[in-house]
Structure formats: C-alpha cells, structure tokens
Design a protein around this ligand. Structure first.
Ligand code: S3P
Length: 162
C-alpha cells in the first residue's frame, strides 16, 4: 500500500481521521507534529518560540522524509515548502481534508497551542485562502469534512482508495 498523506488547514481533523483510518485499515499512522516534538523534545509552541518558524519548517521536512508509517497526518503548513509538496506527490497519495473557515474558527476558538492561530481573524482568513489553493493544487483527492463524523470521513477515504 502506498503512503497516504492527509493535508489541510489547522483543525481540519488530520490527526483524528489519521488515527481512525489506521484502526479501520490496520496500518500504522504518524503525525509530523508529534514526530518533531519527540525528536526535538519540545512542544510545537516552544519550538516556534525558541528556534523560530523557519527552523520548525526544516524539522517538518525532515519528519516527512523519516516517517515510515503508511498514514501520515501532516501539519497545516506542510504545503508551504515546494520540496514537501513534491516529496508527497512522488511518494504517496495526498488527501486534502477541506473544512470551511467558519468550522475551523469555531473549533479553534479556545486554542492556545497553535502559534499560528493566535493572530487576528482577518489574517487567519487570508492564510486560509492562500493555503486552500496550495492544498488543492497538490492533492489527489478533496474530501469535504463539514458536518460529517470522523467515521463517515474515514469510510469515504477508504472507498476512494478502492
Ligand atoms: C501549523 C499547523 C500545526 C503545526 C504548527 C504550524 C501551520 O499543525 O504544525 O503549529 O502552519 O498551519 P495542525 O495543522 O495539526 O494544527
């Protein structure tokens, strides 16, 4: 089975859907964020604070290359680097979990952990729109996630892969 990369904006459900898929398909799953946190022994927030975003992006690229699991839940900014987009295109199948900005804003309204979700809403919306184009241009499939359960989304992905 080829590697499946789950991409999408912060709060689109990449980690929970990755875990559910792993359970249903009986294959292993990893999160680039968790891989980076474990490797560098720091939370993402501390990495941003101490090493900066650009260092974090380098760690993320390394994670992508080093993870050998079959389902990979990526960080929302993985598409920011060309090299990551080409790597995923070359090595697997990319599924974009598309979630509306309103749903994301509702889910993340009390989030304190994501360094890039702490700006004002108009900046967030701009980043969302800019990234949406990147997700669309590099994915193999788009799965709309609004108003669907994790179970329904995982089943939809499994059907796509048949
Ligand atoms: C980021 C998303 C986060 C994490 C980091 C940066 C981004 O992952 O990688 O805070 O640039 O969108 P999630 O998409 O899992 O929140």
């Amino acid at each position: 089975m080829t590697t499946i990369y789950l991409i999408g904006f912060m709060g689109s459900g990449k980690s929970s859907i990755g875990k559910k898929l792993s359970e249903m398909m009986d294959v292993t799953q990893a999160d680039t964020d968790i891989f980076v946190e474990e490797k560098h022994q720091m939370s993402i927030a501390d990495i941003f604070k101490n090493d900066g975003e650009s260092a974090f992006r380098t760690y993320e690229t390394e994670a992508l290359k080093q993870i050998t699991d079959k389902i990979i839940s990526t960080g929302g900014g993985i598409v920011e680097k060309d090299v990551n987009r080409s790597f995923m295109r070359k090595n697997g199948f990319i599924i974009y979990l598309q979630t509306s900005f309103d749903t994301i804003a509702r889910r993340l309204q009390n989030d304190q952990e994501r360094p890039l979700w702490q700006k004002n809403m108009s900046d967030q919306k701009k980043m969302y729109e800019r990234r949406a184009e990147m997700y669309k241009s590099c994915c193999d499939y788009i799965v709309v996630t609004d108003n669907k359960s994790i179970n329904e989304i995982a089943k939809e992905i499994i059907n796509l892969l048949k």
